[in-house]
Ligand binder design. Structure first.
Ligand SMILES: [Zn+2]
Length: 393
């Protein structure tokens, strides 16, 4: 999330104000049908990997950043090591070695959207292309014109997390955000204390913390994170996993940050190492879910990112309006109600603002009732199960 967002000029602000809102006009669209279709999903985990590019997700180690001539710009300290770990002849082999669990186990149980080269583009509607505007769009279903800095700040926009809690009458601990940056806490709800959050350098409160959470609470101050803004994702992830086991939330948002941090540090080799570590987080998360009765076979995992980043050896470290590539993002949906299609391409252009209504639909809730300006649910995440039984493969 690297809070370097420059102050926006008046001209840029005018542009933001004029930016079209989500497909507000997308009218009735099966909103009511979706609310009545029975689903197997009872729980949703939303997990974001900050600024993780489509280039790495779909193609593994990027040929534009992997060669000796660009080694310095890419920020690869030991090219032999990096290539030995992650370089293979084809994009398919490279992504499989970088993200073996994601591509080998998760993707076949759901859909992955955003491979622009193959004709499936996913984009934010907000024009700013840095963290806070992206997370606000994900969590509220539309670009929010007043979210124009990464400052940790609470906004008055109701989020899907709040909506799910109130619609399903869930307890305060049954919805949770656990994240590496404190901004994830304030962006998660329009009111303080709407549900459980543990973000930035925060301890789980005594009385609620397990011994493991207490240990992780100490550990976060012993691990030097890469930048000042956030704690180590290893701490965040393990608190989230422990929370899952002990509190059994119905909706959990896990917000990780180091994919953005290593990129801003211009360390392509370490970014690849991190993505591989994050793949291990996904493995442990999914295996944990399948080991608990409440979650097994009834939990949908939604993975996405807040923004893309540049595509050249000079620009890949950064992202923002005007840096080509920052608008290319991706979404993956894995779970019992989603067609087992793996990568979906081509597709009609999808948007970051579609995540909210998609998440709500898994709970049988209507995104339009949540926010009339919200993008529509992603049809590909549901369609197969809505066809008559005879037409299914
Ligand atoms: Zn960033």
């Amino acid at each position: 999330m690297r809070a370097r967002a420059p102050r926006r000029s008046a001209a840029v602000l005018a542009l933001i104000a004029a930016a079209p809102l989500a497909s507000a006009a997308a009218p009735e669209r099966a909103a009511t049908a979706s609310a009545t279709t029975p689903r197997r999903t009872k729980n949703v985990i939303l997990l974001t990997l900050d600024g993780l590019r489509i280039q790495e997700l779909f193609g593994g180690m990027d040929p534009l950043l992997a060669g000796k001539r660009v080694q310095k710009k890419s920020g690869i300290y030991d090219l032999d090591r990096a290539r030995q770990r992650f370089w293979r002849d084809t994009p398919g082999e490279r992504r499989a070695v970088l993200l073996p669990y994601f591509w080998g186990t998760l993707a076949p149980q759901g859909i992955v959207l955003g491979d622009k080269d193959r004709g499936c583009s996913v984009q934010p509607r907000n024009p700013l292309l840095f963290s806070a505007p992206g997370y606000a769009e994900i969590l509220t279903g539309q670009p929010q014109p007043d979210v124009i800095t990464n400052d940790t700040k609470r906004y008055p926009h109701r989020t899907v997390l709040e909506f799910v809690r109130s619609e399903l009458r869930l307890g305060k601990r049954q919805v949770a955000t656990i994240g590496s940056w404190d901004g994830f806490g304030t962006l998660s709800s329009s009111e303080a204390d709407a549900f459980f959050t543990n973000t930035g350098y925060e301890r789980v409160p005594a009385g609620m913390a397990t011994p493991r959470m207490e240990f992780l609470g100490d550990l976060q101050f012993q691990i030097m994170a890469l930048w000042e803004e956030g704690r180590s994702d290893a701490v965040t992830f393990n608190i989230a996993l422990e929370y899952l086991r002990t509190e059994r939330p119905r909706l959990l948002y896990i917000a990780l940050g180091e994919s953005d941090d290593w990129a801003h540090a211009r360390r392509y080799d370490r970014l690849l190492d991190y993505i591989n570590v994050a793949d291990g987080y996904l493995r442990r998360l999914w295996q944990t879910l399948q080991s608990i009765d409440q979650y097994r076979g009834s939990t949908t995992l939604i993975l996405t990112t807040d923004h893309g980043r540049g595509i050249t050896p000079s620009t890949w470290v950064e992202h923002d309006q005007g840096i080509e590539g920052s608008e290319d993002i991706w979404i993956a949906v894995i779970g019992p109600d989603t067609p087992r299609r793996g990568e979906v391409a081509p597709c009609d252009t999808l948007h970051q603002s579609d995540v909210a209504a998609t998440l709500l639909r898994f709970f049988g809730l209507d995104g339009h009732l949540f926010n009339p300006q919200a993008g529509p649910p992603i049809a590909a995440a549901f369609e197969e199960r809505e066809q008559p039984p005879g037409r299914r493969r």
